[in-house]
Design a protein around this ligand. Structure first.
Ligand code: URP
Ligand code: ZN
Ligand code: ZN
Length: 466
């Protein structure tokens, strides 16, 4: 029998976990891909490098479906770029990041996609993009078709942020119809703008516009109202729809009910909505926790956990936004002027693992589905999200028993704070393999250089998730 060619890497001794099951196996890697999953009792083929995963889990590299990298929204621009964001992602066990091409005034969605792709050339990990449409015009259908041909098949629309990025329901409808024709998926930020603006006006009338009062200015009702309106459009058009950063049981229940009627509707939540509650707005540095939707009450957070455990949430996105404390503080007296969003691409894994697996007892296979497999499927990223022969060798080795305390100085994100500072978390990677290269281990980060590939989304199948 011919000797198989030498492997570049074997990861042995661990439990390999995919969304559909877990088993002890040796992962054999060659030329950036998984080429074998071998019986752990058999000797591995000859190889250049070994990772010892005894006592640990080996899960697919994370796919973060929701990152804002150096994004300008309103008056502020995030402080990172594709180099720093991708390094932080890799150190935290995420090997694919999906950013948004949100066109500034005067630039077309297609031009913004092309220019973001140039920015991504310095990425250390693989990247993909969501397009973004704010207003329908007679060029938009063609632009969506060209974006799809160029591998961008997800389009974000915001139902809020008037005069910045808000898209009206007529635009949402036309974009969904076009996406349906191009085997794509609408990504929706769902908060009903009229309710938010009214709540903001009322808050201003009582001098309650500062960061401590953020939740009153973005009520839970606003989320459910926008979800209901967009679901009706999706049902009418027969198009699939994905709701980003869902925080409330009411909106998740609407999405699930629509799914039972046959609407292809999907739900994302974020680690911060599971780990933090609105008490943060009464403590030190309330501005650091300003994000949209806001952190919710403890009882809403506990209902959100219940929805995740019941299998009613499909993905975990970080909604990573890298603003500094100085940027957050500048207008903290007026939430309508502040930069929204929190840093999180690096902490998505340990925060969510601690909340869902350690605290709630979510089976690890289901965690893998939320963290990697479903985001890969819903974004048409073949070769990602599962440890399988032929797939990219994107792997995370993690010790399910070891803990680490969050300290901003240990993290790699381009900001001076973490919303999780001081929390003791489980699920930190002990090793990360990206495209077959060990980029994180006990010695720290090993920079592979700007080797991240631009991923092209496949046409999305009729049924995205079973
Ligand atoms: O507060 C947030 N989430 N900022 C980022 C932009 C968005 O709405 O997703
Ligand atoms: Zn959003
Ligand atoms: Zn976002």
């Amino acid at each position: 029998m011919p000797t198989p060619p030498r492997a570049d890497l074997v990861v042995h001794g661990g439990i390999v976990v995919n969304a559909d099951g877990a088993r002890p196996a040796t992962v054999i890697v060659r030329a950036g891909r998984v080429v074998g999953l071998a019986d752990p009792d058999l000797p591995p083929p000859s190889h250049k490098r070994t990772l010892d995963a005894h006592g640990q889990l080996v899960i697919p590299g994370g796919v973060d479906p929701h990152c804002h990298i150096g994004q300008r929204l309103g008056n502020y621009q995030g402080l990172d770029d594709y180099e720093t964001a991708s390094i932080a992602a890799l150190c935290g066990g995420t090997t694919t990041i999906i950013d948004f091409a949100i066109p500034p005034a005067g630039r077309s969605p297609l031009d913004e996609v092309r220019s973001r792709r140039q920015l991504a050339e310095i990425s250390r990990c693989d990247t993909a993009l969501h397009g973004c449409v704010t207003a329908w015009d007679d060029t938009t259908a063609d632009q969506i078709a060209v974006m799809a041909a160029e591998g961008v098949r997800t389009i974000k629309m915001f139902t809020t942020y008037r005069d910045v990025v808000m898209a009206g329901p007529d635009t949402v409808l036309e974009v969904m119809r076009s996406l349906r024709a191009n085997s794509g998926l609408a990504y929706i930020h769902a908060e009903a703008n009229h309710l938010i603006e009214d709540a903001q006006t009322q808050a201003a009338a009582t001098a309650h516009s500062d960061a401590r009062h953020l939740p009153q200015t973005r009520p839970e009702l606003a989320e459910a109202a926008a979800v209901a309106q967009v679901l009706a459009i999706a049902e009418h058009v027969g198009a699939p729809v994905y709701f980003v950063h869902q925080t409330t049981p009411a909106s998740i229940d609407l999405i699930r009910a629509a799914r039972r009627r046959g609407v292809r509707a999907y739900t994302e939540t974020c680690p911060h909505y599971l780990a933090l509650d609105d008490g943060r707005y009464q403590g030190e540095h309330p501005e650091r926790y300003v994000c949209c939707p806001p952190l919710r009450s403890a009882s809403t957070v506990s209902s959100l956990h219940a929805r995740v455990l019941a299998g009613e949430v499909d993905t975990l996105g970080s909604d990573h936004c890298c603003f500094s404390t100085a940027q957050k503080t500048e207008h903290s007296h007026d939430v309508t002027e502040m930069p929204n969003g929190m840093p999180g691409v690096e902490t998505r894994l340990p925060v969510a693992y601690t909340q869902l697996v350690v605290r709630d007892g979510l089976p690890i296979e289901r965690f893998v589905a939320l963290f990697a497999t479903n985001p890969a499927r819903l974004n048409g990223l073949s070769g990602k999200g599962a440890i399988a022969v032929g797939n990219d060798a994107d792997l995370v080795v993690l010790d399910p028993h070891s803990t680490r305390t969050v300290a901003t100085q240990d993290l790699h994100m381009a900001t001076d704070y973490s919303p999780y500072e001081g929390l003791v978390l489980t699920g930190w990677p002990s090793a990360v393999v990206s495209g077959g290269r060990v980029v994180w281990d006990a010695d720290g980060f090993h920079d592979p250089g700007a080797i991240g590939r631009t991923l092209h989304a496949d046409p999305l199948p009729e049924h995205l998730l079973t």
